[in-house]
Write a protein that binds this ligand. Structure first.
Ligand SMILES: Cc1cc2nc3c(=O)[nH]c(=O)nc-3n(C[C@H](O)[C@H](O)[C@H](O)COP(=O)(O)O)c2cc1C
Length: 199
């Protein structure tokens, strides 16, 4: 059974084509190819153009590859080790505004980092790679492992790889290995004032 995605209004196909697989082939990704995906993230918009996103990338030969895998929760550890690379997305929580000398809290640091992740995910899809964000990991442990100082929020990991056959996945994950649907536009968009269901 597979869900084919369709949009109510016409959009670029890449938005429908991107989804987050768990089955990866394990094919190696070159640093150059990975950096090309990060290049797309670089061009995301952000408040004050502060660009608070920071990405740490790890390849299978990275000294902390296994350490990173150890921070994954049990569920994610069942599939994510087949990824070709991991990105660790951080956001810097403060910013020195133009004309100021001291850093001030940046309200939108996570929002901005989210935009960068989305740019990267779409570029990956366009380049023949897949991505799967992972929020289920031990942030405190990864922060220590990678030497992330105070002032940075650990947002999400991103597994990067070539989409593989679902057959290799455990049964329960295999049945979920397909694009997910979305709420209808009418449920997430209101005209003029708040009119959403609040339950
Ligand atoms: C911030 C964030 C955290 C996520 N954490 C996990 C995770 O820990 N494990 C997992 O399998 N998927 C995780 N996902 C993937 C979502 O479940 C997935 O993006 C969502 O169901 C929509 O499906 P799609 O990306 O295939 O369109 C995460 C996604 C985001 C954006």
């Amino acid at each position: 059974m597979s869900i084919s995605r369709s949009s109510t209004y016409p959009i670029e196909p890449v938005f429908l084509q991107r989804w987050s697989p768990r089955a990866f082939t394990g094919e190696a990704i070159s640093e150059e190819a990975l950096l090309a995906l990060l290049e797309a993230a670089r061009w995301a918009p952000s408040a004050n153009n502060a660009q608070p996103w920071r990405f740490i990338y790890l390849m299978p030969d990275s000294p902390d590859w296994q350490g990173l895998l150890n921070t994954l929760n049990e569920n994610n550890r069942r599939w994510a080790p087949q990824a070709s690379a991991f990105l660790v997305l951080l956001s810097k929580t403060t910013h020195i505004r133009p004309g100021a000398s001291e850093p001030a809290p940046l309200y939108s640091h996570s929002l901005d980092a989210g935009a960068a992740w989305a740019y990267l995910a779409l570029q990956a899809e366009a380049s023949g790679w897949s991505t799967h964000p992972i929020g289920g990991y031990d942030r405190a442990a990864l922060q220590v492992l990678l030497g992330v100082p105070e002032g940075y929020r650990l947002e999400t990991l991103v597994a990067v790889g070539k989409r593989g056959p679902a057959e290799g996945l455990p049964d329960d994950l295999r049945s979920r290995e397909q694009p997910t649907p979305r709420r209808p536009l009418t449920e997430i968009v209101a005209k003029d004032r708040f009119s959403f269901a609040t339950t």
